[in-house]
Design a protein around this ligand. Sequence first.
Ligand code: NAD
Length: 480
Amino acid sequence: MQNQLLINNEWRAAASGQTMEVVNPATEEVIASVASAGTDDLDGAVAAARAALNGPWGTMSARERGRLVRKLGDRLLERADEVARLETLHNGKPISESRHVEIPAAAECFEYYGGWSDKVMGETIPVKGNYLTYTLREPIGVVAAIVPWNFPLLLAAWKVAPALACGNTVVLKPASQTPLTALALGEIAVDVGLPPGVLNVLTGPGATLGQAIVEHPGIDKIAFTGDTSTGKGIMRGAAETLKKITLELGGKSPNIVFPDADLEAAIRGATIGIFYGKGEVCAAGSRLLVDRSIKAEFIDKLVARVKKMVPGDPMDPKTRFGALSSKKQLETVLRYVESGKTEGATLVAGGARADIGTGKGYFVQPTVFTDVRPDMTISREEIFGPVLAAIEFADIDEAIARANDTPYGLAAGIWTRDIKKAHYVARKLQAGTIWINTYNVYDTAAPFGGYKQSGFGREMSAHALEHYTQIKSVWVDLNM
Ligand code: NAD
């Protein structure tokens, strides 16, 4: 397991010698000690990334670049067992999710964008006058990717893959809780022959290293996923050097169940929507909006299903519900549970810390509140944990109004058999992704990102390429 910084294809300790500990949230044990980078290390990484732009990476053919990006995905798949294990060890998610969902999706992201490399092109423009006017689509330069701890490798891939495919160089900063898989990606980059400086990996705390990245004049763009308040700080900080930024932030996504839905499917969807990934999913369907006429029956059946979901050892292939990512996250979730109780919501499932028989680990029971009013804290704030707030509505207009009554706009789910209603509501909802009769499905070819305070810019799909390139117009006088 690598624990140093990757700068210019060399593994180095932090210049200060500082390290930070990585904890397994399922056992509370320290599992690694990794370098904690400071500004000297950042300067080194940025200089290496800048030099690489002007070196072989800058002159490499787009097709060859694409081949290298695809190789990152190929090699990741070859090492999938080991990388999945690291992802589960530092994050607490079930090994089945790491091995069969996240790591393959990250590999696919490299495959997808590797294919784009030689298809990113400019245009010729029919301007007035006798000119040849054309555009070049060029890389932005040095891109910093700052990623959170919930899908550490996948959210890194969503940024690193399109950035490299478009010819940028990257400084990747994983969350301090989950640095291990970003370091594994660094190993893979060296292994497949990415030139020095093209991908640099710096582990370190957000408050110091992250902040230094935001302020660094040598960084041209920041691709960030994380908390909305952190995103606002990044936007303010990036203003000083006018860095390009894309922000993928928090959510409080509604899952709307109409009475004409396939209720069994909706119950499954509502459950997966909030409890997949322990609810530490930015697009989690954390607000269940359910029609008043079916609410009692729906909640009863949902609760019966939820009570069968028992947290277990994340390393056990049979486990479907793991440990929250950190002690801080456990405390936050339990605090929100208390606020739900004191503000008058009815707790119908979970609500407490769970013990998997070891007396250790940040496990919490899948939790459902009903009788939630839209003004309650658990209905308004992102909990980022396995807590579902069920809110009733009387008709379609009220469902839409309640769904949109949030500063966030990342995703939404609609459950109905009425095709007209489904599309009508999809257009009315202010969110970047709408799922109809499904939830939490993703594909590298489909864009993902936020409306409102869930951020701006899109990850995945061809649209992400726009955020990793800039357009240059070239005018040629053809007057004879
Ligand atoms: P966070 O904002 O605390 O941390 C995210 C990253 O930013 C980490 O690498 C952290 O070290 C770094 N960071 C922290 N402070 C910084 C600063 N001042 N300057 C620069 N970088 C800094 O978020 P988190 O708690 O790790 O992640 C959870 C959040 O991420 C949730 O709000 C969730 O909704 C959001 N999220 C959004 C998406 C999406 O696509 N929209 C996806 C996953 C997670």
